[in-house]
Design a protein. Structure first.
Lengths: 144, 144
DNA sequence: ATTTGATCATTGATATATCAATTATATGAA
DNA sequence: TTCATATAATTGATATATCAATGATCAAAT
C-alpha cells in the first residue's frame, strides 16, 4: 500500500507539472497579446527550425499524432502563421512553411519562451535537470 | 542556445512520459475488456477511497477543473459506475458514490493498476523515485 | 505490368482540458 | 434583515488527444 501510494503520487505530479507548465506558458502568451496556444508555438518553432517540414515529420518530432497535427496546422493556416505547399516529388505529402507573419511571430516570441522555460527549472542545477531527464527517459522506456 | 535546448528537451520528455503512460494504461484496460478510460479510473479510485465525495472536492484532489469533472462523471453515470446524490445540508453540492458495479470494477481493476504503475518505475530505486517527485514538485512550485 | 504492402493527410467519433459565463445556493458583512 | 461576496455545478466555446477508417500515392514484390 505504501508503494502504491508512492507511484500514485508520482503519476499525479507528472500530470500536474504538465498542466501548470501549460497554464503558465499560456498565461504569459495571453498577457503579451499573442494569439497562439502553447501547442501552436511548438509547431511554429519546429517549422522555424527546419524551414520546411512535412506533417508526418512534424508529428514524429513533436510526438503528436497526425490527426492532431492536421488540426493544429489547420488553425495556424487560418491564422496565417503557416502555409501548406504542394510537393511534386511525393504527392502524398504536404510541405509546411512559415509565412512572413509566422516568422515574425517566432522571432518576437522566442526570447520570452526561453525565459518561460527557465522559470520552470529555477533553482535546479544542470546536474539535477540532467537527472530529471534521465529518470523520465527511463520511465518512457519502461512504458513504450 | 545550449541551455535552451536542455530545457526544451525536458519539457518534451514531460509531455512524452504522460502520453506513453496514458497509452500504456489504456492498452492494458482495453486488453482486459474494461470499458473505462484512465481518467475515469482515477475518478473511480478517488470515490472508492473516500466513499462519498463532492465534485469540487474530487476536482481539487485530482487537479482537474470542475467542467472536466462534470463531463467525466456524466460518462461514468451513463456507464452505471457512479451515482449522484442530493445533499440536503448544501443544495449547491452533489455527492458522488460508487454503484455496486463501480465498486466491483474498482476491486477487479486495482491489482492491475498497481502493476501498471510499477511498470513505469521498473529499475528506479525508491531513492530515485523520491528524487523524481522532489524535482517535479520544485518545478510545480516554480510555475504555480 | 500488376499486385501487394506501406505511407501520408484527412475525417469521424469520442474523450478530456480550459476559460468564461450562468444560475442557484450559502456565507459574511453592514 | 438586506446586500455583497463566495461557492458549486453546469453549459458553451474552443483546443487538443487518440484510435479507426479512408482515399490517394508511393515502393516493393511478383
Amino acid at each position: 500500500m505504501k508503494d502504491e501510494k508512492l507511484e500514485g503520487i508520482l503519476y499525479y505530479l507528472l500530470e500536474k507539472v504538465n498542466k501548470v507548465s501549460r497554464r503558465y506558458s499560456q498565461k504569459v502568451f495571453d498577457e503579451q497579446g499573442w494569439d497562439i496556444t502553447k501547442d501552436q508555438w511548438l509547431v511554429l518553432k519546429k517549422i522555424a527550425d527546419n524551414h520546411r517540414i512535412s506533417q508526418v515529420e512534424l508529428a514524429r518530432a513533436l510526438f503528436k499524432d497526425t490527426a492532431a497535427i492536421t488540426r493544429i496546422i489547420n488553425l495556424m493556416v487560418d491564422k496565417k502563421l503557416v502555409k501548406r505547399e504542394f510537393r511534386p516529388d511525393d504527392k502524398r505529402q504536404v510541405e509546411l512553411l512559415l509565412t512572413n507573419k509566422g516568422q515574425k511571430m517566432f522571432d518576437v516570441m522566442l526570447p520570452t519562451v526561453v525565459e518561460i522555460r527557465k522559470k520552470g527549472v529555477e533553482g535546479l542545477s544542470t546536474i539535477e535537470t540532467e537527472q530529471l531527464k534521465s529518470l523520465l527517459s527511463r520511465m518512457i522506456q519502461n512504458l513504450e
